[in-house]
Ligand binder design. Structure first.
Ligand SMILES: NC(=O)c1ccc[n+]([C@@H]2O[C@H](COP(=O)([O-])OP(=O)(O)OC[C@H]3O[C@@H](n4cnc5c(N)ncnc54)[C@H](OP(=O)(O)O)[C@@H]3O)[C@@H](O)[C@H]2O)c1
Length: 326
């Protein structure tokens, strides 16, 4: 039985970036349906910040945060016929534990990433790619000529949603906050509003009327009211994040005037169903390999600098996603 030690970022409490401690922990051997994986890149997500501050109190403390990574398999369990030592694999794990050099992970979470992508790009795109698949093909299936509003189109997830929705035949209108839209994303949007302007929804109503069939909103407090105002009769609003602040509760009766559906999807719930997970993974891979979906190039930091990576996201010091390199 092989035993080894792994450097890991351990979250010792909830709070500021000082709750992170570098520790060296023993890696157990994999169980029958598990593999041991040595990470080459670990993705950093907004979700990790919510876990660190305690907004989401789901990580058992002390614990290792991090939900996605890519690496090389170093040992396989006795009932894992599909994977072998030396293979490249990536995963998203709602059970956390990715901020480390090496760990054990359940075999059913693994995917073989497209070979055209670097490890850093895979580690910072898998969760966002699966989120885009969830939003555009599971929560609501976007179809030809749907008028869609994609908030935070300049963010890492927004930049995937815009071309993907266009690929499905939708007309896309975007919104941005502080960061500018990349020219290739701007070229795919009919119009771009700034949600920093409190009147963005009035402008959108004047130009488009309340005719948006589908709205993907990850900004929250500054945008949700406007999202509901511009939604079409029988339209759908997916509130999937709150990077701009927590939203007020919406009374269900407020949805009756236009028969609106508002959902609050969480990608982990969609991934917990095997059939959906396979469909979402397949869609993401097809979008990358056959449709040329372009994924943002991340900035890389050493694993020890996890706290700095959080600071860069929290203080908007980078527009690129961040990969930690063990
Ligand atoms: N529900 C799910 O399953 C799920 C899955 C993945 C991601 N998410 C959520 O989706 C959101 C976007 O994630 P991402 O990975 O695409 O993040 P990202 O690349 O860092 O982009 C964040 C976006 O939010 C905007 N934003 C608005 N207010 C902000 C603030 N106060 N601080 C920082 N950014 C702010 C940013 O635009 P400006 O800076 O220009 O305003 C940017 O466009 C997050 O809330 C995340 O939790 C949810």
């Amino acid at each position: 039985m092989k035993q080894s030690f792994s450097k890991a970022i351990v979250q010792t409490g909830y709070g500021d970036r000082n709750v992170f401690e570098v520790q060296h922990l023993q890696v157990p051997p994999p169980g029958p349906r598990e593999v041991r994986i040595r990470h080459t890149a670990v993705g950093v997500n907004f979700h990790d910040i919510y876990v660190r501050t305690g907004l989401y109190k789901i990580l058992a403390i002390p614990g290792i945060p991090g939900i996605e990574a890519v690496g090389e398999i170093t040992e396989v369990g006795s009932e894992v016929p599909a994977w072998r030592v030396g293979q490249r694999a990536a995963y998203v794990d709602r059970g956390y534990g990715a901020y480390c050099e090496e760990r054990v992970v359940a075999e059913n979470l693994l995917i073989a990433p497209p070979s055209i992508l670097s490890d850093q790009v895979v580690a910072t795109s898998l969760l966002r790619g699966l989120t885009a698949a969830m939003l555009l093909e599971q929560v609501y299936h976007v179809k030809d000529d749907d008028l869609c509003l994609i908030h935070a189109a300049a963010g890492s997830t927004g930049a995937l949603l815009v071309p993907w929705a266009r690929h499905l035949g939708a007309r896309v209108v975007g919104t941005i906050g502080q960061r500018p839209l990349a020219p290739e994303t701007a070229a795919l949007c009919e119009h771009v509003y700034s949600y920093a302007d409190a009147h963005w929804s009035e402008q959108a109503l004047a130009e488009y009327g309340p005719h948006f069939q589908y709205i993907c909103d990850s900004v929250g407090a500054p945008t949700l009211e406007g999202s509901l105002a511009v939604a079409a009769r029988c339209g759908h609003v997916a509130l999937f994040g709150q990077s701009g602040g927590m939203v007020e509760d919406i009374p269900v009766r407020a949805l009756a005037a236009k028969s609106l559906s508002v959902t609050r999807p969480n990608v982990f719930d969609y991934l917990s169903d095997d059939e959906r997970r396979r469909a979402m993974t397949r869609s993401f891979i097809v979008m990358v390999e056959r449709q040329g979906l372009s994924l943002p190039e991340p900035v890389s930091l050493p694993l020890d600098k996890a706290g700095e990576a959080h600071k860069m996201l929290e203080e908007r010091l980078t527009q690129a996603p961040i990969a930690l390199i063990p």
